[in-house]
Write a protein that binds this ligand. Structure first.
Ligand SMILES: [Zn+2]
Length: 404
């Protein structure tokens, strides 16, 4: 029996004036998702515990059946896994953004999309500064997204669950002072950030970029710290061989940590211009190869449309997912025998606020042994009318595999 999950990231939303009072799910032409709802059941699930910030790292962890309250340690360890950086049981990983701070305010959390080459140079500058220190290792990533690892080497790290840091994208244009790290080990993080300032100011390549009038990197910003999550593999937990298709590093990392095959698709961009059809084809191919029981297809475009506040683009992305991924995938699943198909986002991303939110998301599940619940369409309204409500979203995955 084959299983599939399609994640239209952040698709759950509110009614929009620009869509005639409909939500994007209601306004979009999505016959294939509606079919899943019609022949199966619709319900709602809450993947983001109230005490945690909303985002794909938390939401997808819950969606994959792992309670974030128990397993989520931070965002950086997931990104480390995506890059193939192994963490020891006492090691910590910390996200190291390159940012622009002007007059004490966070002017750009990306140092105006700092080029990869310059980012690499600055990572080398930081590493040289820590030459001889066996604990700190900097890893260059893409653009402003870098990682810093604390190698414990048998010595307990100074950080703990009460170490508090702030994502720089949450404080754009605000004074940074109230958002500096606090709690255990924060003085170490603050010192590292402080030390980066003169180093970046003295770096010739960085100076040259600043001279062109660009908001280049003035310092590093440390956040998203955590230890390797203590996951039981997906196989151990659910007895299924999983694979994931995504353009987002967090999801790749999560997939690796769960023991899934991470399938790279040419043309998958994580943006509105992603190659939807290529993702659909890759999902079918993975199931055909017979090394995969469970395929996950994640599409970021719907979330991006919300971040940009573009209702029309969100509808368009949704229609593309329906036409090029859910449609063909469902067709294939039906043709090969017993299956179950689930459609569910990780969290709402409101067009109104342009950011991730807490709250229920609608899901639709169909296939063998799933009794039709009578909903005609897949959207927030039919989901809210359903008696099926999962306050712990991590209970959805056991529902997908129930009695199989
Ligand atoms: Zn998300």
């Amino acid at each position: 029996m084959k299983f599939a999950l399609v994640i239209p990231d952040g698709v759950a939303d509110e009614p929009q004036d620009s869509l005639g009072g409909k939500t994007p799910l209601q306004a979009a032409r999505i016959p294939h998702m509606d079919e899943v709802a019609r022949i199966g059941l619709v319900g709602r699930a809450d993947h983001v515990p109230a005490s945690m910030p909303s985002g794909s790292d938390v939401g997808t962890m819950s969606l994959f059946g792992y309670d974030p309250l128990e397993y989520h340690t931070g965002r950086a360890p997931l990104e480390a896994a995506a890059q193939g950086i192994e963490l020891g049981p006492l090691d910590w990983c910390i996200r190291c953004n390159f940012v622009t701070v002007t007059d004490g305010r966070m002017t750009s959390f990306t140092a105006e999309q700092i080029p990869n080459e310059l980012g690499k140079t600055l990572i080398e500058v930081l590493q040289r500064d820590h030459c001889g220190d066996e604990h700190w290792k900097f890893y260059a990533g893409v653009s402003y997204r870098n990682l810093l690892v604390y190698r414990a080497r048998g010595v307990a790290a100074p950080f703990g669950p009460a170490t508090h840091t702030t994502p720089p994208h949450d404080i754009t244009d605000q004074l940074i002072e109230p958002y500096l790290p606090h709690g255990p080990g924060s003085e170490v993080l603050c010192e590292l950030m402080e030390r980066s300032k003169p180093l970046f100011a003295a770096c010739p390549e960085n100076q040259a970029r600043a001279a062109t009038g660009v908001h280049t990197a003035t310092q590093c910003w440390l956040w998203g710290q955590g230890q390797r999550p203590a996951f039981k593999s997906f196989m151990e937990r659910f007895g299924k061989r999983g694979a994931v298709i995504t353009a987002v590093d967090l999801l790749r990392g999560l997939g690796r940590l769960l023991g899934w095959n991470v399938i790279e698709v040419a043309g998958a961009t994580g943006y509105l211009d992603t190659d939807y059809a290529a993702k659909g084809r890759a999902a079918i191919q993975a199931l055909k190869d017979d090394v995969t029981d469970f395929i996950v297809v994640h599409v970021e475009a719907t979330d991006e449309a919300s971040h940009e506040g573009r209702a029309d683009e969100k509808v368009k992305a949704l229609e593309q997912i329906d036409q090029h991924i859910v449609g063909p995938l469902h067709e294939y699943l039906k043709s090969q025998g017993a299956y179950r198909l689930l459609v569910c986002p990780d969290h709402p991303t409101f067009l109104r606020t342009k950011t991730h939110s807490h709250g229920y998301v609608p899901f639709a599940l169909c296939g063998r042994g799933v009794t039709a619940g009578g909903a005609g369409t897949y959207d927030e309204v039919t989901a809210a009318a359903s008696p099926i409500r999962l306050d712990r979203g991590c209970e959805l995955m056991p529902l997908l595999f129930r009695d199989t």
